[in-house]
Write a protein that binds this ligand. Structure first.
Ligand code: ATP
Ligand code: MG
Length: 139
């Protein structure tokens, strides 16, 4: 059975370009309820840990540099079939391949600076959510 939460990050460039509001609006229009949210600046160690699955990939160091380049917004989103539906709403990793109307199509600058993160499985949605939020911070 598919789970009802996913985890998202509004990445540094999207935050600095003023897209927090427009992205949250898309999330709301997409039928998601925000059950936890905050703004923070990742340390290098935290970003390395978050993207550990990619540590052998050629873009890993650049990705960690980018994700620690400024503040981000992290949130837990609730909806039936949340993981799959949110991946549809954000669009392909490469914004040039993302469909019209998706968050990445509208707000991404490049493959790396692609506006948002979305969990890729129910298991990772739970792991990522508890990495950033305690039970007391989830509503
Ligand atoms: P995310 O995990 O952020 O939701 P994704 O699941 O669509 O994105 P992943 O393959 O998990 O894509 O890659 C994680 C992130 O690493 C991407 O969102 C992007 O910022 C960066 N990335 C992935 N592939 C490349 C690449 N070829 N060049 C530069 N950056 C990349
Ligand atoms: Mg991913």
């Amino acid at each position: 059975m598919s789970g009802n939460i996913t985890f998202t990050i509004i990445k540094p460039t999207a935050v600095s370009q003023g897209y927090i509001g427009p992205i949250l609006n898309k999330i709301h229009q997409g039928g998601f309820r925000i059950s936890a949210m905050r703004m923070l600046w990742l340390t290098r160690g935290e970003a390395e840990h978050f993207y550990e699955v990619h540590k052998e990939r050629p873009f890993y160091t650049d990705l960690v540099d980018f994700m620690t380049s400024g503040p981000i917004v992290v949130a837990i989103l609730n909806k039936e079939n949340a993981v799959e539906d949110y991946r549809k709403l954000i669009g392909a990793t490469d914004p040039e391949k993302a469909e019209e109307g998706t968050i990445r199509k509208e707000f991404a600058k490049s493959m790396q600076e692609n506006a948002v993160h979305g969990s890729d499985s129910d298991e990772n949605a739970n792991i990522e959510s508890s990495f950033f939020f305690s039970g007391l911070q989830r509503f």
